[in-house]
Design a protein around this ligand. Sequence first.
Ligand SMILES: CC(C)(COP(=O)(O)OP(=O)(O)OC[C@H]1O[C@@H](n2cnc3c(N)ncnc32)[C@H](O)[C@@H]1OP(=O)(O)O)[C@@H](O)C(=O)NCCC(=O)NCCS
Length: 192
Amino acid sequence: MTAVQGPRVTLRAFRPEEIEDAMRRMGGGIEPSNGGQSMRRRARLQGSGARNDWEVLFAVEAEGRLVGDAQGRCSDHAMPPGVWEIGIELWDPADRGRGLGREAVAHLSTHLFEHEAAIRVQATTDVVNSPMRRVLESLGFGFEGVLRGFMPTGEGTARDYAIYGITIDDWTTRRLERGVWGLKERARTRER
Ligand SMILES: CC(C)(COP(=O)(O)OP(=O)(O)OC[C@H]1O[C@@H](n2cnc3c(N)ncnc32)[C@H](O)[C@@H]1OP(=O)(O)O)[C@@H](O)C(=O)NCCC(=O)NCCS
């Protein structure tokens, strides 16, 4: 089990008593009638904090509270070896815009480069998602283009998504020049 502890944000496994809350809040919740999706999400939450064959899922904790989830995905069936895609959500809008997302993405990416043999970390987000785009740009991810018609909306259309990436070489250079993502304090990774 891995936990990454930074100055304000900790990435760790979900605790058993947090799982019902996370079931309701992750990704805007699941339709109660969708039993298959519900079972898969519960299994993901129960296995969080450890890498499985396609992802590592973390609870995002800040100020001693559970505030969201973050994950890295690297499936043998979908990605070249060492290429990880990341995602993050701070569930309560009141927790957004305070630098927590930036710190969480910095710790997650560092963890993937240092402990999961990442050669590249990438992220996609809706072209109009300015906070996520800003987080990625401020951490040195390069804007690599627009994936047209990428994310289905459920209304018969699909949204355009921006794709960003950072390679191990970019990250190493940036780390040497600015410390770890410009954060004052380096995060500590614990294995239990
Ligand atoms: C996206 C998300 C993770 C970012 O985390 P956050 O804690 O809100 O972001 P931060 O406070 O670290 O940084 C936000 C940056 O965006 C900027 N920003 C916020 N709203 C903005 C807007 N409307 N236009 C332009 N920039 C904006 C902020 O000024 C800040 O940049 P700065 O540090 O250079 O000032 C969070 O907002 C979230 O969970 N959103 C909902 C789920 C989501 O969109 N997830 C990503 C899906 S890919």
